[in-house]
Write a protein that binds this ligand. Structure first.
Ligand SMILES: O=C(CO)[C@H](O)[C@H](O)COP(=O)(O)O
Length: 267
């Protein structure tokens, strides 16, 4: 009898686990699909002819590069790709696309990049993947800057959905004074980003550290904050992208894509 009860409990438990993991993998699947819908739509709308293309960083951009590679192959497009990180350079090489650099192509027709959060005014938090400096440089050299994201990035105010704070790239020797100054100026908590598969801090593609500022005041004027932070010696760049983005595509779990427009003009 006891054995029977025990066996039934195990069966129920494994059924629940199966159900739970199926549920989890469905959710993960639709998130990946949502990224893919947004990425494909943006590439199809913005790449119409031969051009210079800025390639953002992160998991959503992977789908944009896949789509671009398909179209370069089938439509014989001549696209020169400018990377925003080691990861995006690897993606360009992997898909046998033409690799360029800002030295030879200082003006980019369009850059497509991901974001960690997009607010109602199209202010972005970027740098969750630690690539914010090169991403902002490349965006600033682009005639058009477009964001692709899944529905979880779509927010009203910064901090509504992305809880990891605003990434700030700093020169390593300055990280403690910069941490203290930001906390004294604006409050909240500023944390040194730790590496996952290495002991110690994350080191960016540029040899710097990343601070993540968990802010408490969601009503700050982000353009002022961005400028103010960059006045602190040791701050290289922030992950705040203000008035840079002209359009954001948010892939939805149902397969549609919601679009939001901004006044973003970067060049
Ligand atoms: O800013 C970034 C990297 O520095 C990424 O674009 C951002 O983190 C979004 O990434 P994902 O597409 O993986 O959600």
């Amino acid at each position: 009898m006891l054995l029977k009860v025990y066996a039934t409990a195990i069966l129920k438990h494994s059924g629940a686990i199966r159900k739970y993991s199926q549920c989890n993998s469905n959710a993960k699947m639709s998130l990946e699909e949502a990224k893919q819908f947004a990425a494909r739509r943006a590439v199809d709308e913005y790449i119409k002819k031969d051009c210079i293309f800025g390639v953002g960083s992160g998991s959503t951009v992977v789908y944009a590069v896949q789509r671009l590679a398909e179209r370069v192959e089938t439509e014989n497009l001549k696209v020169t790709c400018i990377p925003t990180s080691f990861q995006s350079k690897q993606l360009i090489i992997k898909h046998k696309l033409t690799l360029g650099e800002l030295e030879t192509h200082p003006v980019i027709d369009v850059t497509i990049d991901g974001a960690d959060e997009v607010d109602a005014e199209m202010t972005l938090i970027k740098g969750g993947g630690g690539c914010l400096l090169q991403e902002k440089i490349v965006a600033s050299c682009s005639k058009k800057f477009v964001v692709i994201a899944d529905y979880t990035k779509d927010s009203v105010k910064l901090g509504d959905r992305y809880k990891k704070g605003i990434p700030i790239e700093v020169v390593p020797m300055a990280y403690v004074p910069v941490q203290n100054k930001i906390q004294a100026l604006y409050g909240g908590e500023v944390k040194l980003r730790k590496a996952v598969a290495k002991a110690g801090p994350v080191v960016t593609d540029n040899g710097n550290f990343i601070l993540d500022w968990i802010f408490t005041d969601q009503d700050l004027k982000w353009d002022k904050v961005d400028n103010h932070l960059k006045m602190i010696p040791g701050v290289v760049e922030t992950g705040l992208f203000v008035r840079m983005c002209e359009k954001a595509y948010f892939g939805q779990p149902e397969g549609n894509v919601i679009e939001r427009f901004g006044i973003g003009t970067v060049l």
